[in-house]
Design a protein. Sequence first.
Length: 286
Amino acid sequence: MRRSVGTQRLRALEIVTMCAAAAGLALCSLPVAADESPDLLNEPFYVALGSFILNSDTKVRLDGEGQRGDQVDFEDTFGGGDTTRFRVDGYWRFADKHKIRALWFNSSRTKSRVLDEDITWGDEVFPVHAETKAKVAFDIYELAYEYAFLRRDNYEVSGTAGLHYTQFETTLSAKASSSGGTLDHDISQKGSVGAPLPVFGLRGMWRLPHDFWFDASAQIFALSIDEYSGNIQDYRAAVFWQPKTWLGLGLGYNRFSVNLDVDRDRFKGSLDWTYSGPMLFYSGAF
């Protein structure tokens, strides 16, 4: 049975609470220069740590030697499972109009389910009635340069150019002892791929009344080179309250999708992955 949405949301909120508490203790131990609220349009460093209450759509095909695998919809086939996810954003403003921005997003889950149809996955066939465990892990890294071509006292709009690196790994495994007699030996098949994709986009930040800020960005790129063919899209909008340099709380919405066809030694097939949903985060500036 698929884990309920309410349970997933509770887990996400627990992660955010623990992250916020840890970050708060660490930041509170640092010296604070003043009680004034920070000016994020001029502060040299900013970092945000949070988690998601999100929906994801994961469709993967892993081809074997001489055979085409089945495209597996992991949410429909295995359900949500035990999931961990977090996102860390930060930037370094090294000049008035220039920033270096970094991102790390992680999402991983594990789920077991008795199959109701055969799945051809790599060089193995996972038969109907076999209890099969699926492990899926994503890591997304970004390093980007931003130039503020429009800058005023209460807002700035920047152009961005950078590189996303998506690391994906998935494993299907089944034991003969829990296959209902359909397997005579344990089977396991893993596929992993790291895909570097350049991105270009726009980002804007606006100062709002009462120490509130609005931050929005859009990035997109398509690529066809060597073993890779695909595209990436990343859209994010957030409102956060930053009354102190060490205290910021925010709520945002993020949609990210990557679509790839890959022909490499460790992964031959396709990857279509999308996540979207609200994001809760804690932020600090210094």
